[in-house]
Design a protein around this ligand. Sequence first.
Ligand code: AKB
Length: 316
Amino acid sequence: MTEKILITGALGQIGTELTVRLSEIYGKENVIASGLDKWKEGITEAGYYERLDVTNFQAVTDIIKEHNITTVYHLASLLSGTSEKQPLFAWKLNLDPLIHLCELAKEGTLKKIFWPSSIAVFGKGIPKENVGQEVVLNPTTVYGISKMAGEKWCEYYFEKYGVDIRSIRYPGLISWKAPAGGGTTDYAVEIFYEAVEKGKYTSFISENTAMPMLYMDDAIDATIKLMTAPKEQVKIRYSYNLGGMSFTPKELAAEIQKTIPDFEIKYEPDFRQAIADSWPASIDDSAAKQDWGLDYKFDISSMSIDMINNLRKKLG
Ligand code: AKB
């Protein structure tokens, strides 16, 4: 039986690109993108779009039943920076709809769920480099706490009810098609826009703070790989580490200067510096490589060239 897919948060950074890729794989008629923007309702280039507020459980259940959805990519979430500004709403949005979907899967209405976790689950007091899959989690942000709790719920529904839920701890994601929104790693996206448009950028993260990052093409490939892997290969049911590449704002600026030699960078760290300081600098993702064949095509050089070339075309 073909999968019938619902994507929540489809207008966000990951959703914008994942919707297109899933439509190519499963056919537009089998993919429903959803989000809060009601003006996009109807058939779009990527597939069918419906307005859906994921905190409205009845609406979520109705859309899943009406379209015989088998698989949900549940991307709707508030990121780290925004979550600090609206902590109680972040908790409600990041957790309750996930548990509702797990309940639907438990009763057999759904077959499979993808849920994104984040490197924000780590936290203070653990080594910075090459952080492993099994370290003790100690998040200090609302976002990190919500992702840690969500991971435990994923594992619980798998262990107790056999719910086929799969998850990735994404590092910072870099892409040119849709803007990032409200995250601590967003500087690594903004820097490219400003480099191409203005030739200069003021970073809200300090020059020597390294964080793990991933180019969106590799993030989408990894997500599809995990979701299409045979069930028995998915041994970790809380969430898989993904490391991608690691660099500091200073290293990224130097990379951009290879293509835009006059590019200038300044540093004015804001409240997100403390969040970045609590996160790992690099991640060990050997479990994902071993279990379902994670691999990457992009490094800092090829990613930077691709970003600049595409943004030059996009921004004119
Ligand atoms: C953020 O910065 O909040 C996100 C993340 C690492 O989960 N990009």
